[in-house]
Design a protein around this ligand. Sequence first.
Ligand code: NAD
Length: 408
Amino acid sequence: MTLFAVTRLPREILFGKGQRHALPAIAARHGRHAFICTDERFAATSQFAEILAALKAASIDTLVHDRTLPDVPRDSVAVCVAQAKDFKPDMVIGIGGGSCLDMAKCAALLLSRGGRLQDYYGEFKVPGPILPVIAVPTTAGTGSEVTPVAVISDSERTLKVGISSPYLIAAVALCDPELTMTCPPSLTAITGADALTHAIEAFTAMRREADSALPQQHVFVGKSALTDHFALLAIRLLGRSLEKAFRDGADEVARADVMMGALAAGCAFGTAGTAAAHAVQYPVGALTHTPHGLGVATMLPYVMNYNLPAATAEIAQVGAALGLARADGTAEQVARATIDEVARLFGSIGITPTLAELGLPEDKVDWTAEQALGIDRLIKNNPRRFDIAGMRRLVKAAYDGDMAASAF
Ligand code: NAD
């Protein structure tokens, strides 16, 4: 196989303690009118008041939408966009968790291109450039600050929907780990586990032959040397610091590691894509209304176990990046120890270990499997093939918490 790689990223990625203070200078390069998408929590903080004052001092007019809701309900985007129509913004600044960043991307899209959000569901439906987005995350998890994706919930559809387009990539990702210091342990755990799942699914995704058409038709194109680089960085940082940040939210070094881990994981999966753990989370999330990060992390060890025969070497490399002492065993033994370590790490930060405990009704196991198998772009990206019987067995194994049953 010859080298083949694709990567799509923001023009500028800034990371470090206090980087939020650069926002006025960055915004001034994009114009004088900034529409800010955030939520009620962040809008009430002194940090937000300082940001607004600094933008004002730099002669930047702001209009604030502070009603972003978790998981971005479709109709809330229309309300947000209506608020900004007369303001004629030059840029959209998203500040908050992944939901606020996705809201900012959707607002920039509709303000630039008009139409309805549902016109853009799927891949490559955005016809051209949109207003520049400056993404300022306050959670360390989704990687939305660098990805070409916005995820929303649509009450007319059972599963969440995505808009995937290179035009959705933020112009600037501004990552300041100080903004994550207020995350309570459960949010740190769920978002951090989301990031680790992104990194591991991106690293174990399908690797494809060089193909000039593929990146023009698909946003997620599988793993490559470039995405591997980011995925392994993410796994190393999250492996060494996620538990620390969960136990002591005031640990600045751990907070910075976890936020850089989430950023690097976003750089990896934004092109490589994710796979079966994400496919199963879509129907599970729809039925249980549990956070995205919790659902994907609950599934991950079972999916890794299912994938083991097809991705033994990659899973063993994940173990090395997680800092597992080099076992003298075979690649398969190291890979098995890696899966145990991921399950242990998730257990130690309170990730729900089974789909039953996540609240999935037992009589929905088969429906979940059917829905997951239908998410073609993620299933095609999984290193081991699925048929419906295999997917049912995997979902049932994760429902029962029967790790051995996920290896077949
Ligand atoms: P979130 O943005 O939904 O926020 C969850 C809660 O955490 C909110 O109540 C919020 O106010 C609070 N919060 C945020 N920052 C905080 C802080 N610093 N301190 C205290 N509380 C804080 O959570 P999220 O996990 O960041 O984002 C989840 C959303 O992102 C989902 O809709 C998911 O589907 C989506 N997502 C998007 C991508 C992408 O690439 N676009 C990738 C993965 C997930």
